[in-house]
Design a protein around this ligand. Structure first.
Ligand code: FE2
Length: 573
């Protein structure tokens, strides 16, 4: 058994370069993993800061490396590969940056820097912030319009995607579990800057729902999504876009802290883009939202907030090397946003330090929740000594010290299906923030979906019976054509039933789950056959025989629905 790095101290792996690409079949484990835990954790993060001819300024700027931890049968395998996009190749060939990063930039002429403002291909694709999934595509993301797709098994870089709208999108889009759509925002920088809320369905181009004109755009890193609303929190760390071309030192150097401007909060309808409310609160800097949900005419929005953006300074290498603790500490804040307008209120939820917060996204995002997990503030010089913190929004925080920890940036994801380096095929059990989000559905909506599924099932049964009737009275070729819409109706019913299932999206996609899905398909086909037989029997032998056959068909399709329903498993709230 091996460890990833043998010679580092406690909790500092994330601040050390890792340039070796490797496959480790079995990592050393302290303790015992629960037997039900299987799946892969994919991460991206900065990994190389010394390019040969240039040392990057800031921890966030490192060349992106993908990591995969695969868990199966109590064992953990590990693999890592650099993300080989344009930024990586440019750095590899020249030993210097080819594109502007968060706090580092290449030496460029003024003309080239001006062009960078408006020519998207000149923007970096060094996707070291987050990973998400769009359909079957796995994408590494940074605050760049061009996500990079990769193979979740081999971590091989596949493609730099076509540019999305805008210049500075969030690397933390939300994901709608029902549609698979990503919901995000971007900031378009230029003579007429704007914030844009957009969605992107699998296999489709992004679709802008709403544009909000802004003179000096704010640096925003993430946003909140409730059942019905998207909430953009634009603090007073703002930029005049022309400065991006004129100023050296990376993107963030052009942003200025203007606390007197306060923080603008835009509440938008997440489906139509309609602006619901414009609100304002005191100056706030935020990297990461925790969760938000609607209650009694207001939005409860929890985030990790700072009184100033000094935390950015803390991750310049000079500050890390000096053990600096610059900037205000993060605090867990609960904002109450009145949807009908009025004053925003804020309270501190807990007195602990937490960052990189993760909730049980599949179950709780956009709805009431209680727990979040993140990294805390260590006793020495900061996040390089990171206890794991469990935040209970009702009772406060609890810290767990970690024996060894790699501090990686922002992201994690479990792929829906993976093959581990140990050779086992297994499916995910624990979807996390970036993948299988689940916007909680209220009871009335679930009932509506189930009623629609029932109606479609009955209609499908009637169509199949009519096929049997036509088969007997006219010809079976015509009957065969009639079964096609019958099959489509039952498939639509299954889709609606799954959407209305509260346990969907937390399902453990195991071999047993696959077997249940296979059983469901077989039962559906059997049911269709029985219904055709019922129609035939009605015509040939009398409707007295058709009725019990139709009942049997109904029972069989009921079994199919039951098998298709995912089994929820124990999980944190
Ligand atoms: Fe982040």
């Amino acid at each position: 058994m091996q460890t990833i790095a043998q010679d580092t101290g406690r909790h500092q792996l994330g601040f050390r370069p890792l340039e070796q690409e490797q496959q480790i079949e079995r990592l050393a484990i302290e303790g015992q993993l629960p037997p039900w835990l299987s799946g892969s954790l994919l991460r991206t993060g900065p990994s190389k800061w010394d390019l040969g001819g240039q040392r990057l300024n800031h921890w966030f700027d490192g060349l992106a490396m993908l990591h995969r931890f695969s868990i199966c049968d109590g064992e953990v395998s590990y693999g890592n590969r650099f993300l080989r996009g344009k930024a990586f190749r440019a750095a590899e060939q020249t030993g210097r940056l080819g594109f502007q990063e968060f706090a580092s930039d290449p030496c460029r002429s003024l003309f080239r820097r001006l062009a960078t403002l408006f020519v998207t291909p000149e923007i970096t694709d060094n996707a070291a912030i987050n990973i998400t999934r769009l359909g079957e595509q796995y994408m590494a993301m940074t605050e760049s319009p061009m996500p990079v797709t990769f193979d979740p098994q081999t971590l091989q870089t596949l493609n730099v995607e076509a540019p999305r709208p805008g210049t500075l999108p969030t690397a933390h889009p939300h994901r709608d579990p029902a549609s698979g759509e990503l919901i995000g925002y971007t900031t378009k920088l230029g003579a007429r800057s704007k914030y844009q809320l957009f969605t992107q369905a699998p296999g489709r181009r992004p679709r802008v729902l709403k544009s909000i004109a802004v003179q000096e755009p704010a640096y925003m890193h993430s946003f909140a999504l409730t059942e019905r609303y998207a909430v953009l929190v634009a603090g007073p760390l703002v930029v005049k876009p022309i400065e991006l071309a004129l100023k050296r030192g990376g993107l963030i150097k052009s942003f200025h802290w203007k606390p007197d401007r306060g923080t603008q909060i835009y509440v938008l309808d997440r489906h139509s883009g309609d602006r619901i409310a414009n609100l304002e609160t005191d100056a706030l800097f935020c990297f990461h939202h925790i969760n938000a949900f609607e209650r009694d005419g207001e939005i409860i929005m929890d985030l990790v907030g700072y009184d100033d953006p000094g935390v950015i300074e803390r991750f310049y290498w000079d500050a890390i090397d000096a053990g600096s603790r610059k900037g205000a500490p993060p605090t867990v804040r609960r904002y109450r946003l009145p949807l009908s307008g009025g004053h925003v209120t804020v309270e501190q939820v807990a007195d602990c330090v937490i960052e990189m917060p993760r909730i049980n996204y599949a179950r709780c995002n956009g709805g009431a929740y209680r727990y979040a997990y993140g990294i805390g503030d260590g006793p020495s010089s900061g996040w390089e000594s990171t206890p794991i913190v469990k935040l209970d929004v009702e009772r406060g925080c609890q810290s767990f010290s970690t024996q060894s920890g790699a501090v990686l940036i922002c992201s994690c994801l479990t792929p829906r299906r993976c093959r581990s380096a140990l050779g086992h095929t297994f499916l995910t059990t624990s979807p996390s923030a970036s993948t299988a989000s689940s916007t909680p559905m209220n009871k009335a909506e679930r009932l509506r979906l189930r009623a629609a599924a029932t109606a479609l099932t009955l209609l499908s049964g009637a169509v199949m019976m009519s096929a049997g009737y036509v088969g007997h009275t006219e010809c079976w070729i015509t009957a065969g054509f009639i079964t096609t819409p019958g099959g489509s109706l039952i498939l639509a019913a299954f889709v609606l039933a799954r959407k209305g299932d509260p346990d969907d999206h937390t399902v453990a996609r195991t071999d047993s789950h696959v077997a249940r899905r296979g059983g469901s398909i077989a039962a559906t086909l059997l049911s269709g056959g029985v219904m055709v037989l019922a129609g035939y029997a009605g015509s040939a032998w009398g409707w007295g025989l058709a009725a019990p056959l139709a009942t049997v068909g109904g029972l069989v399709v009921g079994v199919a629905f039951a098998l298709n329903r995912p089994r929820a498993r124990a999980s944190t709230q």
